[in-house]
Each structure stands twice: as structure tokens, then as C-alpha cells.
Design a protein around this ligand. Sequence first.
Ligand code: AMP
Length: 505
Amino acid sequence: MTTFADLGLSQKVNSAVADAGYTVPTPIQAGAIPPALQRRDILGIAQTGTGKTASFVLPMLTLLETGRARARMPRTLILEPTRELAAQVAENFEKYGKNHRLNIALLIGGVSFDEQDRKLERGADVLICTPGRLLDHCERGKLLMTGVEILVIDEADRMLDMGFIPDIERIAKLIPFTRQTLFFSATMPPEIQKLADRFLQNPVRIEVAPPSSTAKTVTQRLIASNGKDYEKRAVLRDLIKAQDDLGYLKNAIIFCNRKKDVADLFRSLERHGFSAGALHGDMDQRSRTTMLHNFKEGNLQLLVASDVAARGLDIPDVSHVFNFDVPIHAEDYVHRIGRTGRAGRSGRSFTIVTRHDTKYLDAIEKLIGEKIEWQDGDLTALPAESEGSDNGRDRRGKGRGRERDRDRKRDRQPAPAVTEAVTAPANEDNGEEVVAAEARSTSVKAERKTERKSRDEARPSRQNAPANDDHRERRRYRDHDDGPTPVGFGDDIPAFMLIVANAKS
Ligand code: AMP
């Protein structure tokens, strides 16, 4: 069996990998690391969850051990489609680069330029960027790309979905032709193949099979509900309480199909006294980072999220996934429930299903090749759904009717301004965690606007942007590195160790 020691990585890198607890490389790592160390171009067909990040971070760290960064002239560049993925790659550099003294600069949208500028001034060994923000820095004259020795293009197919390909082509023109290029994509549609043909020279191709099945460590159940949102919310609350009472619930990600519903459900859960946070693409970057931090640290038990915000996130220990909505794209189901049951741990997923969801449920069961069990009877066991009926009350017992009426009234009223209380490590001197109450006022108008943008009407791609090359006009599309909801196979299937890799030169 191949071990990390066989791959040719430096002593410093091997020792950090051992400290991280890994001894056996995953197939993408075993296939990509040796040729990457020989400065070969790589075409990696793999998605998150396969250990793909380390497959480029580890050889880069080894190669960066010789040479030094100069001000404004980064030595390596990694392009990521979203801010969260970029931040996750930066975390990987910190983890595996703990024995190195490298300067890492994270250039993502939604945060101020000043601190990013300061890092660039000091000289960055590694630049991790979303395409728009990188071009903005280049246009401000703050960056010279002529010193880039290694270019990584990660998640190329998502870059395509998000309309970033023209940006990537522009960036590639700024980088010397003699560079080494490491190119990763989960799928290879013709546009991506063309791009790879243009960008890569005689690459080593490593392909790992996409996981299309759900992890065997996840117990999946369906819960029937009538279709009204207030009823689904009550079903969800009951479910959370029941799982908690049984001692199963540590924490949970709750998925909604639309950003508007993420905000509504988050508020509703808070009102009912749950420890909850929210994560969706319309939140500012600081709130997103803080939310994620608090969820990972266990300061928040529940995280209500949209698909895009949670895509590719590596949160190792999530006990439950609740699907408040059945996902419209079957692949998203695999992806969502892959958030739990990771690294061999057991996980539970519950999906609330209404009569309107049967088409989507069928597609999911077809994709995963199995029937998912119902928890307490299927949809035929539900009382008929009718406006103003008392049926929901019967199912959930006494006292729920009043609560439901209150919820229903709220649904009709304009949404109130939101105040999110989040905990943030605010005082580094004494290491105390203090609660920072962050007032985020979301006007009724903004909420309505969000509602209009359904997940399928993802934000305009740059390809559809006006031909006008005016800087301001382009900027409107630039900071969209939090992206439309992606479609694709789910990631992070812990069974990746079993996947067979084919490495061809
Ligand atoms: P990625 O595909 O880069 O998002 O990685 C998915 C997860 O696999 C992360 O939690 C990594 O820390 C973990 N991982 C990466 N390499 C290995 C390995 N060789 N053995 C076990 N886990 C790994």
C-alpha cells in the first residue's frame, strides 16, 4: 500500500500530514502528488470529499520550500469559485504548512481591500482568490503576475456554471506561459475539456469516480407533512426535539431550497428558543464567516443553510441533516446528506416531504438506487390538505393549534427587521469569547427582492453580462463569488478511500 512517505514530499510536509492523522493517501493524492512534484501539469477529475485539496496543497508546499516571495509578485496562484472554498483552501495551507514560514494571501470578495493590499505588499508565496477580486487587484495596479510559477484552477466546472471562464482566461494571460498548471474539475463537459486543452501542456490525467451513492453511515428517513410552511416548521421543531430527547442530536444543518426560506426558518427557530444560525449567499462575508465559525465551534447547534452556502464545506462532525425542503435537483440530496456521516461517523438525515414533492423524491430515489424509509407513515397517512383545516393540529397534539395560528399570522405580516446575535472571538488578549450582538437589519423590501430570485434563477453570469466593458459595469458581476446554486453530484462521501484511480500520462 502506498503511504505518504512514498510520494516524494518534503520532511516538513510529511510531518504536518502525520500530525493531521493521515497515513494513507487518497487515490487523487497518490495519483497527483508525484507528477506535481516533478513540475508536470495535472488534470484531476475529482470533487470535494476525495482529498483533492491536499493533492495540490502538499506538493505546492514542498515546491515552495526553495525561493522567496517578492512584494506584489506572488509565486503561486489558486483560483476558487466561491469565497468559502477559497477560505477552506487557506485553512489547508495553514494546517499542512505549519512547519513552513510562508505568506498566504486570501483575496475574496465581500471584504475590504486594505488588509489584502497589506498582505500583497509583504510578498505572498501563495495567493488564493476568487477570480473577480483578483482582477480587481490587478486593475488597481497592486499585483504583478509575472512571478507565478504554479497556477491551480480548482472546481473548473463550477467556474463555468458561475460564468467565470472569461475571467479565468484573462487571468491566465497575465501569467507566464512557462508556469505549471494544476487543473481540477468534478466533471468534464466539452467547454471544460477545451479549456483544459488550452491551459495544460501534456498533463497527467487522474480520474476518480464520482460518488453517486449516499454514505452507508447515514440513516435516512422521510417525514410526511402538509405543504404549508408553518406546518413544516412545526414538524421540524418536533423532529429536532425528538432527536434531542433521544440523545442523538449534537448539531444539525437544515437545508432550504430558497434563501428567503433560510431567513424565515432561522428567525422562526430563534423565536422558539433554538440555538440557530443562518448561512446563505445574500449575507455579508463577515456574518457568513462568523456563523460558520460558531457552528464549527459548537456555539450554535443548528445551521439553516442554502445549498450554495453549504457546498463543499468541510465540517467534520455533523450529527444530523434536516431537509426542510426536498431538493429540486436530485444530486443536491446526495450532496446535502453527505454533510453528515463523515469519516466513518454515523449520521442521520430527515427529509420533510409534502404532496408537491413526489416528483423530486422519485428522482432522488432513482439516483441513489434505493427507497428511503418513511418515519411515521407516508403521504397517504396525512389528513387532506385544505385552507383553514384543523388537520395539522390533530397530528401534532393539543396546544399546537395556537402556535400554528401565530405562525400563520406572522407569515402574512411583513417580515420584521432581523437582529442576529452571534458569538465571535472578540478579545484576543485574554482569549475570551464574548458575545457580539450584530444588528443586521433586513428590510422588508430586501426580503421581497430575495424572494423573487428563486434558486433556479441564479444570478446573471458574466457571459450574460452587458458587452459594455466599462469598469463599474463589470464590477457589478465581479463580487459574485458566492455563486448560484450548483448542480452536480454530492461531495464528501467518506467512502472515497475505496475509489479506484486511473493515472495515465
Ligand atoms: P477535500 O476533498 O480536499 O475537501 O477533503 C475532504 C476531507 O478529507 C477533508 O476533511 C480532509 O481533511 C480529509 N482528507 C484529506 N486527505 C486525507 C487522507 N489522506 N486520509 C484521510 N482523510 C483525508
